[in-house]
Write a protein that binds this ligand. Structure first.
Ligand code: ATR
Length: 311
């Protein structure tokens, strides 16, 4: 069994399942994909459900996602997860997209229905569950600042906050044009729900704008969706003066477990959590799409804890 499979391995069942008792029937597609914890997250739950299925990593170069998904459907796969940078390509390759993935503009889960590819996005709903689990609050009741609202993860989380009808959304990004255009795109959804002055509930700022300091007074939840923090030597993506004890601080990064942002949040007495819960809940929701009626959360929680300890 390989740690990472390629498109060439999809030529036939025999090359894919060589030396394995279980058929590969689920995959995570990415580029690169060797770092993905999805096989560890899903395999124990698949075994517990007696699915007889194996979960593999599949490296797919950009531009070849549709072809890869067609091959998986031909090989009778149940479904797939899709990670960076393929979430947009997966959405366009799908025959049907659910409302969430359409609004988030990206798909992270595919379910095969014969040769049809159905696309979903469990990142958004997974985020809502993660915030509830970590802080016992609902996204819809919060004033939220999304830092990194120019990347794929920031976009998905911001769009989900809007779907939930959150109280207020502040989009912050190093390249402010991207946050501005996301705000323009999302504003009609949020503003149409309540009568307030235009632009009041969604605003966008550059990371170095002095205005984010004043805005942070009126914020409950700060979410980091930038890649700043993935390296242990990385600084916090947000000036520490923006953090206050009343904030809930969520970092979508889970490895390292304590980014500089989370350390600073703890230091000033704010409650904080890392992205482990998001990884867990998006995975459990995908599993439930593939195997309806299953409740994989507790076994996945154990598998993830073990996988992270081994890292
Ligand atoms: P994606 O999630 O689409 O792959 P990415 O290129 O990894 O995107 O970047 C994710 C986010 O991290 C973006 O918001 C990016 O800001 P820009 O849009 O300005 O590129 C942010 N980001 C990456 N490096 C950063 C840094 N050193 N400082 C601040 N933000 C950074």
């Amino acid at each position: 069994m390989k740690e990472v499979y390629t498109l060439d391995d999809l030529a036939s069942r025999s090359s894919l399942d060589e030396a394995s008792g279980h058929l590969a029937r689920l995959a995570v597609l990415g580029y690169p994909v060797a770092h993905s914890l999805s096989p560890q997250l899903h395999q124990d739950a698949l075994d517990q459900a007696e699915s007889g299925a194996r979960y593999i990593r599949l490296e797919v170069p950009p531009g070849r996602v549709a072809e890869a998904l067609d091959r998986l459907a031909d090989l009778d796969f149940v479904g797939a997860n899709v990670t960076v940078p393929h979430k947009f390509e997966a959405l366009s390759a799908a025959d049907e997209v659910d409302e969430g993935s359409a609004m988030l503009g990206a798909a992270n889960t595919i379910l095969f229905d014969g040769d049809r590819k159905l696309a979903f996005n469990t990142d958004g709903p997974g985020f809502v569950r993660a915030i509830h689990e970590e802080f016992l609050v609902d996204v819809k009741d919060l004033r939220i600042m999304v830092v990194g609202a120019g990347g794929g993860a920031g976009r998905a989380i911001a769009a989900q906050c809007v779907r939930e009808g959150c109280e207020k959304l502040i989009l912050v990004n190093r390249t402010v044009d991207k946050a501005d255009s996301l705000a323009t795109e999302l504003r009609p959804y949020l503003e149409s729900e309540r009568l307030e002055g235009p632009g009041e509930r969604i605003k966008s700022f550059s990371l170095d704008s002095p205005e984010i300091l004043a805005e942070s007074d009126q914020i409950d939840l700060i979410v980091n969706t930038t890649s700043v923090g993935l390296q242990r030597s990385d600084p916090s993506p947000l000036p520490s003066s923006c953090l206050q004890p009343h904030h809930l601080v969520y970092d979508t990064i889970y490895n390292p477990a304590q980014t500089r942002l989370l350390q600073e949040a703890t230091r000033i007495g704010a409650r904080s959590a890392n992205g482990c819960s998001l990884l867990l809940h998006q995975g459990a929701l995908a599993f439930e799409l593939w195997f309806p009626g299953n409740q994989p959360l507790s076994i996945m929680r154990r598998s993830l804890t073990r996988a992270l300890e081994l890292k």
